[in-house]
Write a protein that binds this ligand. Sequence first.
Ligand code: ADP
Ligand code: MG
Length: 650
Amino acid sequence: MAPFRPTLGVLGGGQLGRMLCEAAGPLGIPVIVLDAEGSPAKQANGHPSHVTGSFKDPEKIRDLARKSDYLTVEIEHVDADVLEEISTEGVEVVETREDGTQASWMKKVPVHPAPRTLKLIQDKFLQKEHLRDHGVPISEQHAVESGEGQEGMVKGLRRVGEKLGFPFMLKARNGSYDGRGNYVVKTAEDVEAAAKEMKELNLYAEKWVPFKMELSAMVIRLEDERGDNVSTVAYPCVETVHEESICVRTYMPPRDVGNQIQEKAKNIAKQVIETVWGRGVFAVEMFLLEDDTILVNEIAPRPHNSGHYTIEAVPQMSQYKAQLYAVFGLTHPGLSPNLIPRVSSAMMVNILGGKDAESHLPLLTLADASFEENMDVHVHMYGKESKPSRKIGHITLVSTSLDIEGLERKATEYVEMADLIAAERRDSGSKSMRPIAAGRTITPKSTTLIARSTTQKKQEKPVEEKKSAIFGQHIQKKAAPLVAVTMGSDSDLKVLAAGLKILDDFKVPYEENITSAHRTPDRMSNFARDAAGRGIKVIIAAAGGAAHLPGMVASHTPLPVIGIPVKATHLDGQDSLLSIVQMPRGVPCATVGINNSTNAALLAIRILGASMPEFSRKMHNYQLDMENAVEEKAGRLQRLGYKGYLEGMK
Ligand code: ADP
Ligand code: MG
């Protein structure tokens, strides 16, 4: 009898495999992954039988098959011939009998989607020829003859240019993803550079599509025992936004697209998936033109970036759950035409590696700091090392009440921040990768050669300017505060300004507050009691006269409290100083000089620095700057003498 939960073997352990594991775990489905040690999927799933190696290695694939009841893929660039052999002839399994003798038998393992589909999709040119033969609308395309050397290729590209006009899109037929195989040949002058850069690849050319939008629909394909298609059901279609040929965002539903067009896109997607073979989820990428014509761009035979939103938006049957049920051939009432989203709108923002390993962190800080009544934020990091333009995570934003335009407005900061990370990466001239050709990865000369949709605008403002406007302000104000600054009265604010500036300069997230120990004792005690629970690490409290605020705050919290005596109208601030400094034994309250909010802020940063190295590093630099400033002054005094020095001070 078949096990209640069969074991699934997955070729590829990237983020799609990881999210498949994340869906399989709670359902009690064992998943075994074939990929490198520590790949994202393996990090999420500690199955003891994972296979280490390449999903292109026939022996490793056979190893995986021996341990699995079904096989599937999370990437199409696998050895499909071996999969074909495993599903038709089987894989040899050797067993040792009780008497010590050995017996071998051939184990057939079903592979979904069918290896035949994988082979077809692996060659983009043939994939589209297949679609055209089945009456699916596609952009005009021509094979490009390679193997004639650079000169032959230049001639070939010129001929293609004459047929397709400029610009046209030159694409790698095999091995491409995330835009790695695309090259926009803008004019006839670009032909030589294109030939030089792409000559190692097996190529074809596509007529440029002046689309107004890109759409994508995930489709679930089910078959009966005989392998006949019994149903194809589509998820709601989404708008996908690409920059430099890489998907950066998706919107569900698409913005400004009526129901009719959405239904048309879903129907085309279903029509496409009816022409292939095997079970599982597929993505169909499409171009929507100005006149609402839809052309199909390509198929992905697996879960897809444009279906990530289903994890939160269609949680009853996400694309990953659907993949599991469909591959196993299980009927589930959720695999029906009623893949109804449980939210009114959803957006997905990809987290792509930036210029530096940490460039993307502000996006996470933003997500960590936001909580909204009508927008939920879901972060997915993939456990991948950050590299420029690499997909290392995504953030899904969903709302149960807002429409997509409302959600888009709420999510503005996410989009702006992702754009800035991209602009900074582009400005730094970091390179995107090309597919593997003849055993090596090609790095292009310039990312500007990679496709940029005509509908996408370039960053106009200098990146640094925009970056400091958004990152600087935003991170300080929106990131979860680490320091709480409170004062007995708004008149203390002038004294606090210098300290707040220091916190700004060190990019310390902080919050400001007015609480009076005498006039609002309850407010003060609530503030002090909650502070540690809210993630505050240090409190700065300023007060004048009978300055009880810092001491009282200290008595309500386990956090370190720094008191600033403020000079009030009488006694030159001596009264405030003594009120704060003379705390009873057992309730410490650090006290800085009268009106010295600068030192209060610096002390707070040193306290943070004890456990957060970034602040300790910044403090060290601040001290070096101070030292240099004094050295510089001493040097000037020696050079100019006291009279000249005083002259300069006038
Ligand atoms: P990948 O396999 O890397 O996703 P695609 O063929 O889907 O490659 O191309 C990536 C992106 O490049 C598309 O989503 C689209 O933005 C752009 N693109 C691809 N083909 C064309 C074309 N013929 N005309 C205009 N833009 C295109
Ligand atoms: Mg694509």
